[in-house]
Design a protein around this ligand. Structure first.
Ligand code: NAD
Length: 338
């Protein structure tokens, strides 16, 4: 299926004014920062619930608060809920919509680059529970997704660059042409090119949808989306880096491991390094195998002394391989001395 058809099938609209896509009687649940920065006070014809987006607030108590407010404003089974915000808001509101009155209509209006290309796409939602991320949730496709790149204009640089980590990931694993475009063009920093970004986002969405369409419930191919993430989760936990910076380091590591194992031809690692710097994700950090490995041992992708790992077999092509913890440790220690 071509990109236009697949994007239409999932009812994803790229627009220069998201308001045109909202039905008048929908209930908007909006990230407070976005509400203030984008002057959304004048969406007064809608019923509005504000949400304070943070990982600490992506919880059952925030879920309960929203459900209470929905009951207060007499939402019913015919109501349509719209989430306007980043990945946290989209994840939480999507879970509310899929469970409130056993499921009501949902539109997502993602407002960060990460949410536009990744979090809002694919139907996964989730809540944190007792400090563990996304432990509660389900998979249910939203009824509509509206992408308006104007939201990107107010994103702090660090949050914007975190989003680029996912764009680099999807291009490195699925689309060499998009990767080359990221290398040759300047889409951001210092200024975001809102029009050019629309095409980048459209392409990234299409690539993710192709995988999701094949493997909605993560039985196989969807695991490719974990490129760079196996190590990234450990790095986030141990060094407290942002998700995007941790994913960047994870990808730098994964491509080296792919080269060392002879899965990838030599020469891709410096190109990933170059994009990581260009999109402001570069972080110099000494990765300590003795701190990282205990986290990786807890990974659900582990099998005894081995772990399922997403490697690159070429630029734009990924494969899942089983590698030993001994090799992981060796490569981590080798990187440490780079
Ligand atoms: P986020 O929603 O916390 O947004 C980051 C910060 O940016 C917040 O402070 C928010 O208020 C602010 N913000 C949002 N839009 C803004 C805008 N346009 N201008 C200025 N500030 C804005 O974080 P995120 O990075 O978008 O998403 C991270 C979350 O996404 C994580 O909880 C992660 O688990 C989830 N996620 C889910 C999936 C999935 O498939 N469901 C995939 C990837 C990530």
């Amino acid at each position: 299926m071509g990109d236009i058809d697949l994007i239409k099938k999932y009812n994803i609209v790229l627009t220069d004014d998201f308001r045109r896509e909202l039905s008048a009687d929908s209930i908007l649940i909006i990230d407070k920062n976005v509400y203030n920065l984008h002057n959304l006070k004048n969406i007064d014809s809608h019923r509005v619930i504000l949400f304070e987006a943070s990982e600490e607030n992506k919880t059952l108590s925030a879920y309960a608060e929203i459900v209470e407010k929905l009951l207060d404003i007499e939402a019913d089974r015919s109501s349509e809920i719209v989430a306007i915000g980043g990945g946290i808001t989209c994840d939480l509101v999507a879970f509310v919509a899929s469970t409130f009155l056993r499921g009501v209509k949902l539109t997502l209006v993602p407002t960060t680059l990460l949410a536009m290309c990744d979090a809002a796409i694919g139907g996964k939602n989730g809540l944190n529970f007792q400090g563990a991320k996304n432990i509660i949730g389900n998979i249910r496709q939203p009824n509509k997704i509206v992408i308006d790149t104007r939201f990107l204009s107010t994103l702090p640089e660090e949050i914007l660059s975190d989003g680029f980590a996912e764009v680099i990931k999807i291009s490195a694993t699925c689309d060499a042409t998009l990767f080359e475009l990221l290398e040759s063009e300047t889409f951001a920093f210092p200024n975001v090119d809102l029009i050019a970004m629309r095409e980048v986002i459209r392409r990234a969405i299409y690539l993710k949808l192709q995988i999701v369409a094949e493997d909605e419930f993560e039985a196989g191919k969807r695991r490719i989306l974990n490129f760079g993430h196996t190590l990234a989760h450990a790095i986030e936990a141990v060094y407290g880096l942002s998700h995007g910076r941790a994913v960047a380091l994870g990808m730098q590591f994964a491509v080296r491991l792919s080269e060392i194992e002879g899965i990838a031809p030599k020469g891709i690692a410096p190109r990933i390094d170059n994009l990581v710097s260009k999109y402001k994700l570069h972080k110099i950090i000494k990765l300590q195998a003795d701190k990282i490995l205990p986290y990786m041992l807890k990974d659900k992708k582990r099998e005894k002394d081995f772990i399922y790992f997403v490697a690159l077999s070429a630029l734009g092509k990924a494969e899942i391989t089983l590698i030993s913890f001994t090799l992981l440790e060796e490569v981590l220690n080798a990187l440490h001395h780079d």
